[in-house]
Write a protein of this length. Sequence first.
Lengths: 230, 123
Amino acid sequence: MTEFFQNSVFFGIVLTFVAYGIGLLFKKKLKWAVFNPILIAIAIVIGVLLLCRVEYKTYEQSAKFVSSLITPATICLAVPLYERLQVLKENYKAIIIGITSGVLTSLLNVWAFALIFYFNHETYVTMLPKSITTAIGMGLSQELGGYAAITAAVIIITGIFGNMIAEFVCKLFKITEPVARGVAIGTSAHAMGTVKAIEMGETEGAVSSLSIVVAGILTVIGAGAFAQFL
Amino acid sequence: MKYLKQFFIIIAISFAGEILNYLIPLPIPASIYGIVILFTLLCTGIVKVKDVKEVSQFLITIMPVMFVPPAAGLLDAWGIVQSGLVQYLILTLISTIVVMAVSGIITQLFIRHDKKKRGIQHD
């Protein structure tokens, strides 16, 4: 049986899609933010792997055909971005100031928690890139002397959580402007959050996509400075 | 043919992004270079929206599914994350809410401020 899973090309792909499909069903039947399709899909995949005693590595060998599309899909975000160029131009000042404030807030937050929890320097720099897209975050963490694998895990948790709470936070803080929603989601929860922003509307999605890029680059600069603080 | 061309353009840009990532010694991934490249090509009219429209829409639509495999990798990260799990979770959950709220509120304040100013000018 193990051998079958190891040789199967489609096992991981099918499991991924079935799990996500079940996640969508849950969301449709129970309209509660906790029933987030991505979260449910992750739980199902992990459950199936543990139950069938399949190693993550084995699953990943097949599922990587799905996840390797993340790069081309992210690049495609340039299309809605271009189609909403007018909105971006009209609000560029607010967008840049908003993203910058978000990046600074994120870095300050990590610094404050690092003091509260008595983090050592390595753990502190591991956490600094937590809000940005995985590929930048891991590279940055490594460069600053952190643990890239932990950074990746924290970034993914940030993304899932950001995706789950985006609608709730916007409602709670009365963030109703589509541009402001896009900045909020893209700056705090990178591409996984952006998926939710796209669901909310075209402007939200476009601005959120832009925020991934700008927040990522600003964090590279800002984290280098913040790394000196502890 | 249409889909073949669209898919080729997107994959070629992904590859160009990988090359830049290899050549430039910064922790910036292929996807970020790729967005900038495609955006520039669209702005300059070298690539038209219709040259990538359908395939890009398809990829963006199925994007959430793509995050499931790497996220399920949390299973393997358990061993290294376990010792500081509670602290990492508290930090992550609180700062995600705070960053989302702060950046959203500040952006909205500036948008409304600009709108007001523009409104006065129109009068």
